[in-house]
Design a protein around this ligand. Structure first.
Ligand code: SIN
Length: 292
């Protein structure tokens, strides 16, 4: 992992943009770089225009937002997701009966694997990858099971100017073949093929207009138009760089917490350190646009 050590102050100098105050919700930052806990919101009830506008802004400013002590029915969870856009159906993962947009997140003593154990941006193999994911955890292990989130704006900003120039205009192949066999324990049969897409290595966020690094270990297979060995070397460097803890926050779940992250500028990784305990909930995912 890159250390960023030097004798001239931090190489990555992040200044928090104070922004306008919030009136309808409270926003408590977890770190200066990423993550905030939102208060004053009951997600089981229709939210007023001002609260919705402020939640949109809190997501744009903090990249991932968290809500505690929420009691939502599946319909309310879907409804909250729909207030941000059409819902995405996962190409491989199991869903709640009769609710294809309600992805099951469940790991217990017998699970062969857990969801999201490596750094990734959700379903980046789709031509139009999801804009955001809203995870509602109902059952928590006594300890552990945290999720780590990393800002890909910060990862981009901390690259050298020379590396930024090198990466500009490059595209990379993202492949969903890794889903094959992954959900057999839920009784899910494999599809003939899984999504595959080519996306810019540096994407521009459609809301904030900021640039973000958009390659991840989970789905990105290679950078197009350069040799395989060069692609391997560059991707290895970018993954190590993007996983620097300077760009991260770590969320400790409690039962009935919700995390809402923006896949366009965030990668995440779930910790499976709680075996043999159970961690369980549902994810509603909001569709996104083609990255540019
Ligand atoms: C995921 O959506 O990748 C799973 C994240 C988690 O379970 O914390």
């Amino acid at each position: 992992m890159s250390l960023f050590r030097g004798n001239n102050g931090p190489r990555f100098k992040h200044v928090v943009d104070e922004g306008a105050p919030y009136d309808a919700i409270t926003v408590e930052k977890l770190t200066p770089v990423i993550g905030a806990e939102i208060g004053g919101v009951d997600l089981s009830r229709p939210l007023g225009n001002q609260a919705m506008a402020e939640i949109h802004r809190a997501l744009a400013e903090n990249l991932v937002i968290f809500f505690r002590d929420q009691e939502m029915s599946p319909e309310q969870h879907l409804g909250f997701g729909r207030s941000f856009g059409d819902l995405h159906i996962h190409p491989a993962a199991p869903s709640a009966p009769g609710m294809p947009e309600m992805m099951i997140i469940h790991t217990d003593e017998k699970s062969p694997r857990a969801n999201g154990e490596g750094w990734h941006s959700d379903v980046s193999c789709d031509t139009e990858p999801p804009m955001g994911s809203i995870l509602y955890i109902k059952t928590c292990p006594p300890m552990g099971g945290d999720t780590l989130f990393a800002s890909m704006y910060a990862a981009y900003e901390a690259l050298s100017d020379r590396m930024k120039i090198y990466l500009e205009g490059l595209t990379a192949i993202h492949d969903g073949e890794g889903y094959r066999g992954q959900y057999a324990n839920f009784g899910v049969e494999d599809k003939e093929s899984y999504p595959r897409a080519e996306h810019p290595v540096i994407r521009t966020h459609p809301v904030t207009a900021k640039k973000a690094l958009y390659v991840n270990r989970g789905f990105t297979r290679r950078i197009a138009g350069i040799s395989a060995d060069e692609s391997d070397g560059i991707l290895r460097y970018l993954y190590d760089h993007a996983e620097n803890p300077l760009f991260q926050c770590r969320f400790r779940w409690r039962a009935n917490s919700v995390a809402f992250w923006d896949n366009r500028c965030v990668q995440h990784r779930a910790m499976w350190d709680y075996w043999p305990h159970t961690r369980s909930g549902f994810r509603v995912t909001v569709k996104g646009d083609r990255p540019v």
